[in-house]
Design a protein around this ligand. Structure first.
Ligand code: PMP
Length: 399
């Protein structure tokens, strides 16, 4: 028989953990593994700006007809302005072409397929470590994948010297994946001086930057978070950018993101986008309309946009507060280790520095779930679980 000869696939390292968490009957269980924002009740609520947009849309929407292959043009315009800033030179020159995409993952995959067609032999270089699915997505499209040095466990930051030295040697025909902000899983981003160095190398070496911008607004704010992207685009003429509204607008399951191509001029951008559309047509024909309509409504309506900024600020403040509480909770219990690096990390994740043995102990003995490698979702900490988590981490360090 055909199906009976097929073996069970291993569980996804991150989504599989959520599955195991759900099935865990222990009442004191804590999920620090999942990659979604949580409020202090442990829920991931729809944002109020989105609920209001949904109400407006319910009244105004007259059709459920197909969108164009590259999605809603109005959505694309609003998103390009958000991602690059209204005064980005590429917007005035039409050097930016943008397609709606089903989430950040969808955008990455379309970009990967595009590379496979038009830069057939290009290797895609990724930071070590990176989001687990990056290798899966590019690998599935048939792109050879390699790593460049990124994280330095001794400083808990970016090893910008080693990173730039490696980027300098990457051939012009290759592609370099860069997390714009809130690096997943480490929470370590280059500072302004670091980005300036990356920009210089990009201009000199001539490889194509491929930006993953999945957390705009989760680091220091919508504008501050694009600084690295703009620093590189200021010097490098071309890039691919994948974005997502999963986190910053809480639209996870609506699957809404974008793929932007930054070209030297409008003619090149238009031709490249026409090829992206051919790729999309054979992958899923055209994107889902609801999530993009919500984003467009929020971005275009001044009140809703203001509301969104407030809600985004509140998410960022909760994460920053949790970082502080975790650091002081651990400092009270563990004298010989300094966890203050946790407050310096950006975004939802913290690379805790816990070894796999500790991660296993915490899951098996304490029902505290985190990703192998010690990645913690800081938003997963609740007021009532904080002491328990700090006590348990302290205990895990003694095993
Ligand atoms: N890139 C990174 C770095 C991510 O962390 C994620 C989500 N975990 C994505 C892309 C994909 O996001 P989406 O859910 O929008 O597909």
């Amino acid at each position: 028989m055909f199906f009976s000869g097929i073996e069970q696939a291993p569980a996804d390292p991150i989504l599989g953990l959520t599955e195991a968490f759900r099935k865990d009957p222990r009442p004191n269980k804590v999920n620090l593994g999942v990659g979604v924002f949580m409020d202090d009740k442990g829920t991931t609520p729809a944002l109020e700006c989105v609920k209001r947009a949904e109400r407006l849309l319910w009244e105004a929407e007259k059709t459920k007809g197909y969108l164009p292959i590259s999605g809603s043009a109005e959505y694309g315009e609003a998103v390009a302005e958000l991602v690059f800033g209204a005064d980005f030179h590429g917007l005035a020159s039409n050097g930016v072409a943008i397609a709606q995409a089903p989430g950040g993952t969808g955008a990455l995959r379309i970009g990967a397929e595009f590379l496979k067609h038009f830069r057939r032999d290009a290797t895609v270089w990724m930071p070590a470590p990176t989001w687990d699915n990056h290798k899966g997505v590019f690998g599935a499209a048939g792109c050879p994948v390699k790593e460049y040095p990124y994280y330095d466990p001794s400083t808990r930051g970016v090893d910008i010297g080693a990173m730039c030295a490696a980027l300098e040697k990457i051939p012009a025909g290759d592609v370099v994946l860069l997390h714009v902000c809130c690096h997943n899983p480490t929470g370590a981003d280059p500072d302004a001086a670091g980005w300036a160095r990356v920009a210089d190398v990009a201009a000199r070496a001539g490889w194509l930057p491929f930006f993953d911008f999945a957390y705009q607004g989760f680091g220091d704010g919508l504008e501050a978070d694009r600084a690295g992207l703009l620093a590189v685009l200021h010097k490098a003429p071309e890039a691919i950018v994948a974005t997502s509204f999963s986190k910053n607008m809480g639209l996870y399951g609506e699957r809404v993101g974008s793929l932007a191509l930054v070209a030297e001029n409008g003619k090149s951008a238009g031709a490249a986008m026409s090829q992206v559309k051919r790729i999309i047509r054979t992958l899923y024909s055209n994107p889902p309309r609801h999530g993009a309509a919500l984003v467009r409504t929020v971005l275009e309506d001044a009140d809703l946009r203001e509301r969104w900024l407030q809600e985004l600020d509140a998410m960022r403040a909760r994460i920053a507060g949790n970082r502080q509480k975790l650091v002081s909770g651990l400092a009270r219990r563990i004298e010989d280790l300094d966890f203050s690096f946790i407050v310096r990390q950006k975004g939802m994740f913290s690379f805790s520095g816990l070894a796999d043995a500790q991660v296993d102990f915490l899951r098996e003995q304490k029902a505290i779930y985190m990703v192998k490698g010690g990645r913690i979702n800081v938003a997963g900490l609740m007021a009532e679980s904080l002491d328990y988590v700090c006590d348990s981490i302290a205990e895990s360090l003694k095993i």
